[in-house]
Design a protein around this ligand. Structure first.
Ligand code: HEM
Length: 43
């Protein structure tokens, strides 16, 4: 079975950690923010 390049595997797991961290940090941050707060909007 052909293996992916170790650099791609490393990048994949760095990305995975960053996605999970953004959920862990961003979820509660958004939850405690008023829905009228403009910072909660993307635009
Ligand atoms: C929370 C984020 C993520 C988690 C927990 C995760 C987890 C995993 C796991 C467990 C595997 C199987 C590894 C193995 O077979 O040794 C995998 C494979 C893979 N992931 Fe992710 N991943 C995440 C995000 C992403 C993202 C954002 C991309 C693409 C932009 C991606 C692309 C891939 C690819 C291309 C494979 C290989 C599939 C194959 O075996 O052909 N992953 N990932």
């Amino acid at each position: 079975m052909k293996r992916y390049h170790p650099l791609l595997v490393a990048l994949h797991w760095v990305l995975a950690i960053m996605i999970l961290m953004s959920l862990v940090v961003g979820g509660p941050m958004m939850a405690e923010m008023e829905s009228t707060n403009r910072k909660k909007c993307l635009h």
